[in-house]
Design a protein around this ligand. Structure first.
Ligand SMILES: Nc1ncnc2c1ncn2[C@@H]1O[C@H](COP(=O)(O)OP(=O)(O)OP(=O)(O)O)[C@@H](O)[C@H]1O
Length: 623
């Protein structure tokens, strides 16, 4: 029956809004209030809320409104027609039907809530953990879910009844456990769809703990589908509970709607209204829940369409020249380039991916370089040459299946990848990311969580990493936004990502990257996704900030022009290998390797993209 229970749950209003969209459309006070407003504009939403509110109020006020106790029996007045004392008549035991309906509403709604609560308490955290961490927990959870779903639900409920007696609470707890896989699957799928979103990586890089990322960025994505699913599950729980009671398996001492239905059915020829009233109450409640689920879905989908339109129509943002950046930063000793102690030292690094045949395909092979404070190292190469994989190794953002197949990485003298390590140490890196190492990504929009305002996304890491108050962080965020050339910092602070242009979003990410005073910034093609008119501004800004703050920068790019413009030194990569490294001046004047010469020649000829070079050069396989 579990399968059929799931099917029943799925057949009710689907938790249709795609997770990301749902999250996008529904978090934050402003957006939440917009969803509620849209819900109230939908006639179906109003009808559902009105029906459910009336039923909930009647249930709450049952002890006040009911003229008799649910089990008070007047045997002198059985199966009586409605009159002024018993406004809906009496049943075969002389009990007041109106009073029993009211108390029945209380029990029925509470038991449905209990069922949904148990299912959420089990399915939601398990789905969040399995979706976010995957691995062994997900495998074990899938196994448990498989077992739960293969259990014959009706037999389980009958066994529970035999063991614990006819308790509506016990059967609803058991039903909650049986239905919890539906929450697990919904949550896990939603989380999987955003787990690798760039804004989750960005949150990780900004120093947020896994718990904070799950609570803030991941949970917001599943919240809407969970609410919609709960409306459906509550309806199914009422139907299942009433079905069991109708079969005579309920507690006859409790006036639930199912018990009343069973009682009414026995006397259907004598007094059909005994069947009618509980059936009407159930139909209204389940119908109200189904309508509410549909209206919620519509409200969220409308919001998504509006967001999408706004995003399309968003004007290109400010291109105001960067204002002066803050100068209050503590001075840091600059390590002289060439000495042994470097800010970042990558030695013979190799990164690979296991293949189906058991071999490992190397995508970074024997790469060595260093970066010191106050200098910009450009890593340049055509698409697929391993630039990002190298940068992600330093950031600890390699995919789960990536393996370090050789070499080491040191940050300020400490290993983040020690010789012999198979993986980047997340433990060591979590202490550095967001505090000492920050990241400016390629796609500004995908790296901002659509569910939160820009201000919130700037303030949270500062509060956590720098340990300052929210008010202080807000002040700093506004100053940073001004520093990166955003004219109306207040407006941008309160805006959602879809309300700003790509250029502005990149400035916001640069502000975020320097907000916690890092020593190293890794910028992965920071201008690729931007309009050409904004690219030069962003590069100028980066250079100015780097010089003022004396930070080390690793700039990943496929554009030698950007390297020539911005970098002090350059490492040229091809097919996962570092083919040449040196000062920009030397490499530009006197490139030694044919590959570098071709890259340079292509820049001078204005050829783009670099991948067109592939055909002109003979590639050597690296694995
Ligand atoms: N998850 C993965 N599994 C297997 N191979 C991967 C994975 N991610 C990247 N690669 C491979 O690693 C190689 C290097 O990729 P990388 O992203 O570092 O290139 P890149 O030089 O940064 O290129 P681009 O400029 O296009 O981003 C590519 O051949 C790519 O196919």
């Amino acid at each position: 029956m579990s399968d059929s229970l799931e099917t029943a749950a799925a057949a009710a209003p689907a938790p249709a809004a795609p997770p990301v969209q749902a999250g996008a459309g529904q978090s934050g006070t402003v957006v939440r209030s917009t969803v509620i407003r849209r819900l109230f504009r939908n006639p179906l939403g109003i009808a559902a809320i009105a029906i459910l509110t009336v039923i909930a109020v009647l249930a709450l006020l049952a002890p006040v409104l009911a003229p008799f106790d649910q089990n008070y029996a007047n045997i002198a007045k059985t199966l009586a027609a409605p009159d002024s004392v018993n406004i809906l008549g009496t049943d075969s035991a002389g009990r007041d039907v109106w009073s029993r309906l009211l108390f029945g509403a209380q029990l029925t709604l509470l038991s449905a809530l209990l069922c949904a609560g148990v299912a959420i308490a089990i399915g939601l955290p398990a789905g969040l953990i399995a979706g976010y961490y995957a691995g062994k927990f997900e495998a074990a959870s899938n196994w448990v879910v498989g077992i739960l779903m293969s259990l014959p639900g009706l037999i389980v409920l009958l066994t529970i009844r035999a063991a614990f007696g006819p308790s509506v609470w016990m059967s609803m707890i058991a039903f909650g456990v049986l239905i919890s896989p539906s929450y697990f699957r919904l949550t896990r799928t939603a989380v999987q769809s955003v787990r690798n979103e760039l804004y989750v990586d960005a949150a990780r890089v900004s120093g947020l703990s896994d718990l904070s990322i799950i609570a803030r960025h991941i949970f917001s994505v599943v919240r809407a589908p969970i609410i919609i699913q709960t409306a459906a599950i509550a309806g199914v729980a009422i139907a299942i509970q009433s079905g069991l009671e109708f079969l005579g398996l309920g507690d006859p001492t409790k006036a639930t709607w199912g018990v009343m239905l069973s009682e009414g059915f026995k006397n259907v020829y004598l007094n059909p209204t005994l069947l009618f009233w509980p059936a009407l109450a159930m139909a209204l409640t389940i119908g109200g829940l189904v309508l509410l689920g549909n209206a919620l879905r519509d409200a969220l989908e409308d919001g998504e369409k509006i967001n999408h339109r706004k995003k399309k129509a968003a004007p290109e943002g400010t291109t105001a020249a960067p204002a002066a950046v803050r100068t209050s930063r503590k001075p840091m000793a600059t390590v002289v380039a060439g000495t042994e102690h470097h800010l970042v030292k990558v030695t013979n690094l190799g990164v690979g991916y296991p293949q189906a045949d058991g071999s490992i395909k190397k995508v970074v092979d024997d790469v060595s370089f260093h970066v010191d404070r106050g200098e910009i190292l450009g890593i340049v190469g055509e698409s697929g040459s391993g630039k990002s994989q190298t940068a992600f190794s330093i950031l600890g953002l390699l995919p789960d299946n990536a393996r370090i197949v050789g070499g080491s990485i040191q940050f300020d003298g400490n290993y983040t990848v020690a010789p012999g390590d198979e993986r980047v140490s997340q433990e060591r890196l979590s202490k550095l990311r967001g505090k000492r190492i920050s990241y400016i990504p390629q796609e500004p929009m995908s790296n901002l969580d659509p569910a939160f305002t820009i201000g919130y996304q700037l303030v949270t890491p500062m509060v956590r990493v720098l340990g300052i108050s929210k008010a202080e962080a807000r002040k700093r965020a506004l100053k940073l936004l001004t520093d990166v050339g955003i004219a109306n910092s207040d407006r941008t602070f309160n805006a959602y990502p879809h309300e700003v242009s790509g250029g502005m979003a990149q400035r916001v990410l640069i502000a975020g990257a320097i907000s916690c005073e890092p020593d190293l910034v890794i910028a992965d093609e920071p201008t690729t996704a931007l309009d050409v008119t904004v690219q030069a501004d962003v590069l100028d800004l980066l250079r100015e900030l780097q010089q003022r703050l004396n930070i080390g920068v690793i700039l990943v790019t496929h554009n030698f022009g950007v390297v020539a413009d911005l970098c002090d030194r350059v490492a040229v990569m091809q097919n996962g290998r570092l083919v040449e490294e040196g000062s920009v001046r030397d490499i530009l004047r006197n490139p030694q390797e044919p590959y570098t010469q071709t890259l340079l020649a292509s820049m001078l000829e204005g050829k783009e993209p670099m991948s067109t070079l592939v055909s002109t050069l003979q590639k050597e396989p690296v694995a």
